[in-house]
Design a protein around this ligand. Structure first.
Ligand code: ADE
Length: 241
C-alpha cells in the first residue's frame, strides 16, 4: 500500500521539488501519495488572513487558529480510517531533534502529515486540540532558525521516504551509511572512483588491493578518525564548541 504524505502550508510551491528525481518517480508510480494543501483555502475573509499580532505583545505575527482548525478537520476527514491517530509532524526549532531513528519510525506509518508554520509559530491551542486526534510530533532539524517549516518538512520527507521499500533502487545503499545503525553511530569513510590518479592525487592504494579484509579495516579506521574530529559527541565525548 502507498504511503500518504500531506502538507498544510501557505507556500504550496515549496513542495514542487518532491515531483523530481527518485521521490518524484515514487509519486508517479503510486508508491507515494502526495497531497499539498494551501492553508489560505481555509480562510473566509477577503484578504485570506492567516496571522495576527501576538497576545502579550512582542515582535512578529502568530498564525491564527481558525484556518488551521478547518484545514486539519478536512485532513482528518480525508485520511479516513487509515490509522487511529495519524501522525502530524510540526517542524519547529523548539521541537525535539529529528533523527534517523525518528525517520525510520515515521517510515513505518501508513501516512504522515506536516503542519508548516512560520517560525513565530502557530497559536498553541491548535496543537493542544490536535493532540487529541493526531499523534503530534514537534520536531527540529537542528539548532538554527529557518523562516518557516516548509524547508524543514522537505528535509524530513526526504529522510523518511527514502526508507520506504521500493523508493530507493538499491536498498544496500541504505545499510552502510552514517547514522543507519544506532549501535555504531559513526560518520562515513571517504569514497573514491576512477581515475586512480587525478590532478596528482592518488586513490589510497589499499582500495586497489582487492583485499576485502584490509579495505574493511581501513574504512573502519577512517570512520573513527572522522567521527573523532567532527562529531566526538557520537563517541560519548563532549562536543567541541
Ligand atoms: N522551522 C524553523 N526553523 C526550524 C528548524 N530548525 N527545524 C524545524 N523547523 C523549523
Amino acid at each position: 500500500p502507498a504511503m500518504r504524505l500531506d502538507a498544510v502550508t501557505i507556500l504550496p510551491e515549496y513542495f514542487e521539488p518532491l515531483r523530481l528525481s527518485l521521490i518524484g518517480r515514487a509519486v508517479e508510480s503510486g508508491l507515494l501519495e502526495l497531497h499539498v494543501h494551501d492553508l489560505r483555502e481555509y480562510t473566509h475573509d477577503r484578504h485570506r488572513t492567516v496571522d495576527d499580532t501576538p497576545y502579550g505583545g512582542g515582535a512578529g505575527m502568530v498564525m491564527k487558529p481558525e484556518p488551521w482548525g478547518e484545514a486539519l478537520d478536512a485532513l482528518l476527514a480525508d485520511l479516513g480510517s487509515r490509522e487511529d491517530r495519524p501522525v502530524l509532524v510540526v517542524p519547529t526549532p523548539s521541537g525535539r531533534p529529528f533523527t534517523q531513528a525518528e525517520a525510520a519510525d515515521l517510515a513505518s506509518h501508513p501516512s504522515m502529515a506536516f503542519a508548516c508554520g512560520r517560525y513565530e509559530g502557530i497559536d498553541r491551542r491548535v496543537l493542544d486540540w490536535a493532540g487529541g486526534l493526531f499523534d503530534v510530533r514537534e520536531l527540529s532539524l537542528g539548532d538554527y532558525v529557518l523562516n518557516g517549516g516548509e524547508v524543514a518538512a522537505l528535509a524530513m520527507i526526504e529522510a523518511v521516504v527514502r526508507l520506504v521499500p521500493g523508493v530507493i533502487g538499491n536498498p544496500d545503499s541504505l545499510v552502510e551509511e552514517s547514522y543507519s545503525d544506532a549501535d555504531d553511530p559513526l560518520l562515513e569513510y571517504p569514497v573514491y572512483t576512477k581515475p586512480a590518479s587525478w590532478r596528482g592525487l592518488e586513490v589510497p592504494p589499499v582500495l586497489l588491493s582487492g583485499d576485502h579484509g584490509r579495505v574493511g579495516a581501513w574504512r573502519a579506521e577512517r570512520s573513527l578518525e572522522i567521527t573523532r574530529a567532527r562529531r566526538p559527541d557520537l563517541l560519548g565525548r563532549p562536543a567541541a564548541e
